[in-house]
Design a protein around this ligand. Structure first.
Ligand code: F0G
Length: 458
């Protein structure tokens, strides 16, 4: 028996109590929140799967690093610890800290994007897309067709369709394409990975057409885990070796450290080119702070340096990704329609398949999310028509490929018994699915509406 694969490779030193509420209490709480999952008070949530962003538990070594944080404005030792760690892990020489991932996007795009540009990618995350559209540029998505079939178990549903990328490069003027952004893993396609082979071939295309290749690296370590466990030829490599190889094909990255950095706040940009680095410095100082802290406290940079090393250890990743797979398997056993295979950070419930009687513009995934909260106090998040915003040109609701309820699992926070609660309560919803109604918007901001919109039942 391999006893060491049967349980987590850590033990718990500090706990936080969870509040168990009544059905009546939760009905009132969500009504008062305007049926917005973001509007709930976290103390009213039993199991919080809203996001895996900034919600992880830090290790004793990270907390020790916090105490040693250097809060100097310039030249802080914590900055150099972070920079050296990134240089070592990713092989990218120039590092700019930012306060989170979207801030990294803001700084990078301020230097690179102009009106009328097109930014290709596998599929951009919503803050990335919003930063592109805010600058009157457009996205172009080249996610592989395999990702469009929710049932398919294709192992690399974050891959790009290289033929389509090549014809795009061929037919579009090079000065309209400031960079290609590859999101690893691809959050918008279900936390699905990109294979090393796909990265290598994309790099070749970018070289041929002289286009910069950047990674949105929020979940780069989970991507490396999937390469190790799913792609031939990588099974005997360490995660750190795979990470180094992945980034050797990139010109740089933006990072939300709140995911695979294992910290509660932070981000960074890392680049290979000195001239670009010098351009980015100005925007960092303008928006974030001096180039040696960029919106982060010294202690947070110190904890991030430790977190990046921990998240690129196989033991940690194996615990992490196996827990996501555990919830996926449990839900599947109940017959809940899901995106296959399990992603790296979340389980995605296919709400349009579960609630086919609710049309997309009545927000089926939001209705499912609200009902799940009412049922058991579990909070997920809608990834569907609400998140997709309106088309800035036509003003109409965009129709996304899927209506999903995402159950994102925080790192090192919950046990598999919590996962059992989530699966069992979804099963209760499955039993009464025909009675679940659609929803309508009662308040809606112009940009990134899903964070603050208010809804009601139809
Ligand atoms: N890129 C990806 C792939 C992300 O998933 C996120 C955030 C960001 C960029 C932006 O980073 O939040 O630090 O500004 N994703 C969170 C989520 C919010 O819940 O998936 P940020």
């Amino acid at each position: 028996m391999n006893y060491f694969d049967m349980a987590e490779s850590y033990k718990i030193k500090v706990i936080e109590n969870l509040k168990k509420t009544t059905l009546e209490y939760r009905k009132k709480a969500i009504e008062e929140a305007g049926y917005s999952l973001f509007g709930l008070k976290s103390e009213d949530v039993f199991i919080d799967l809203l996001t895996d962003s900034g919600t992880g538990s830090m290790s004793n070594n990270q907390w020790a690093a916090i105490m040693k944080g250097d809060e100097s404005y310039a030249g802080a030792s914590s900055f150099f610890e972070l920079k050296n760690t990134i240089n070592e892990l990713l092989g990218l020489p120039y590092v700019i800290p930012t306060h989170q991932g979207r801030a990294a996007e803001n700084v990078l795009f301020s230097a690179l994007l102009k009106e009328g540009d097109i930014v290709p990618g596998n599929k951009h995350f919503d803050t990335t897309l919003a930063h592109i559209e805010f600058r009157h540029s457009k996205e172009a998505s080249f996610l592989t067709d395999e990702a469009k079939d929710p049932e398919s178990d294709y192992p690399f549903k974050g891959n790009v369709d290289l033929n389509k990328v090549e014809s795009f490069f061929k037919t579009t003027s090079k000065d309209k394409i400031p960079l290609f952004i590859l999101t690893i893993t691809c959050n918008s396609s279900g936390g699905q990975p990109v294979s090393m082979e796909n990265i290598i071939n994309l790099r070749k295309l970018c070289d041929k057409y002289d286009i910069m290749l950047f990674f949105d690296a929020a979940r780069f370590a989970e991507n490396a885990y999937f390469i190790k466990t799913r792609e031939k030829g990588y099974e005997n490599k360490t995660i750190k070796e795979i990470v180094k190889q992945m980034f050797s094909y990139s010109d740089g990255c933006t990072m939300s450290s709140k995911k695979d950095g294992l910290v509660n706040i932070g981000g960074f940009i890392a680049v290979r080119d000195k001239n670009l680095y010098e351009k980015l410095q100005q925007f960092c100082i303008l928006f974030e702070g001096f180039i040696m802290y960029g919106g982060m406290a010294g202690r947070d940079m110190a904890a991030l340096a430790v977190g990046l090393n921990e998240s690129t250890e196989f033991e940690y990743l194996n615990d992490r990704v196996s827990q996501v797979a555990y919830l996926h398997k449990k839900c599947k056993e109940y017959g809940i329609p899901l995106i296959n295979p399990a992603g790296g950070h979340a389980v995605f419930v296919n709400a349009s398949k579960m609630l086919p009687h609710i049309p997309h513009d009545q927000f089926p995934a939001q209705a499912l999310g609200v009902e799940l909260y009412i049922e058991s106090g579990v909070r997920g998040v809608e990834i569907g028509t609400l998140l997709a915003d309106r088309d800035p040109q036509t003003g109409k609701n965009r129709k996304p490929d899927f209506e999903l309820l995402r159950l994102a699992i925080p790192r090192r926070v919950y046990t598999n018994r919590h996962m059992d609660v989530v699966a069992a309560s979804l099963n209760e919803l499955l039993k009464r699915k025909d009675k679940i109604r659609g929803m309508k918007l009662v308040y809606e901001p112009k940009l990134l509406r899903h964070f603050t919109a208010k809804l009601d039942w139809i």
